[in-house]
Design a protein around this ligand. Structure first.
Ligand SMILES: NC(=O)c1ccc[n+]([C@@H]2O[C@H](COP(=O)([O-])OP(=O)(O)OC[C@H]3O[C@@H](n4cnc5c(N)ncnc54)[C@H](OP(=O)(O)O)[C@@H]3O)[C@@H](O)[C@H]2O)c1
Length: 266
């Protein structure tokens, strides 16, 4: 059993879209450890140790009517923290000419449009919290390192990063150029791993005997997730933070994430 670290966040409500597995699950678990009540949206239920602490609503982000229904339920009460981690990688790396329009649309739907829908429904609720609400987007090295064989993933993730940067600027109140102090209505923070992370989504694209010993684990995101939840992201609004395997983090300008782009065999 874990002791909540900061009593003041006890009972605060959080939403993690794509929190059943992988990095989203690492963040959902860390927020539950810190004492938040966490609701996960995903197609499959969270499983394994700690899953019983997470509330869950079955959601397919490509089903607009269901997304509307669950986001209405999720935003019915106060909400303090939201994380968007859902992703559709596709079955394998494929050159642009080999990607069907249906696959492209699925990446846009899950990776980007799901983020837009989540922002549009949760920002008004996050703005009503006493402290600034917190919105965490899980980003990727591909935003900085586009490469062959993953154009849909790269384009959708880059669009997510710019969407969140734009929203972050809109959430700043007051005009610095007129000498007013600026404050955030909702704090927006992007987080990404420094290297590959061993997650179910990545495992689906690797051979069974693949060696994951050099890969990071989703739990590396726990220290930053706890920090963000307990401070509501104070001092980190608009940041892109690169998380290392040891759980430390640095701004992307100080720690270039390793490119996972590879040449595609001719
Ligand atoms: N793993 C890495 O090495 C790595 C590197 C850089 C960035 N990232 C970023 O980290 C984030 C998480 O990736 P991950 O590797 O942790 O992925 P993951 O283990 O595959 O988790 C993806 C999450 O998205 C949910 N999801 C997928 N399709 C969905 C749909 N149609 N409707 C609702 N939920 C859906 C999954 O739940 P269900 O399957 O239950 O629906 C799961 O909760 C992504 O934003 C990715 O870009 C990962």
């Amino acid at each position: 059993m874990t002791t909540p670290l900061t009593p003041s966040v006890e009972g605060r409500r959080a939403l993690v879209v794509g929190g059943s597995t992988g990095i989203g699950r690492g963040i959902a678990d860390a927020w539950a450890d810190a004492g938040l009540d966490v609701l996960v949206l995903s197609r499959s239920a969270p499983r394994g140790p700690g899953a019983e602490r997470l509330d869950w609503l079955a959601t397919d982000l490509t089903d607009a009517a269901r997304v509307d229904e669950v986001l209405t339920a999720a935003t019915a009460g106060p909400l303090h923290a939201v994380c968007y981690s859902a992703v559709h990688y596709g079955d394998r790396r494929a050159l642009f000419d080999e990607v069907t329009e249906a696959e492209w649309r699925r990446q846009v739907d899950v990776n980007l449009h799901g983020l837009w829908l989540t922002l549009s429904r949760t920002l008004p609720v996050l703005r009503r919290t006493e402290d600034p609400g917190l919105f965490v987007g899980v980003s990727s090295e591909v935003v900085y390192n586009a490469g062959p064989g993953r154009s849909g993933y790269a384009a959708s993730k880059a669009a997510c990063a710019v969407l969140l940067d734009s929203v972050a600027q809109e959430e700043l109140l007051g005009r610095a150029d007129e000498g007013e102090g600026q404050e955030e209505r909702v704090r927006v923070v992007q987080v990404l791993p420094a290297e590959m992370v061993d997650t179910p989504g990545i495992r689906r694209r690797r051979p069974e005997d693949f060696d994951y010993s050099s890969y990071m684990r989703p739990a590396s995101f726990a220290p930053l997730a706890r920090e963000l939840a307990t401070t509501a992201g104070a001092g980190l609004h608009g940041a892109h933070l690169v998380v290392d395997g040891d759980g430390t983090w640095q701004p992307v300008g100080d720690r270039t994430p390793v490119s996972q782009s590879r040449k595609v065999p001719a």
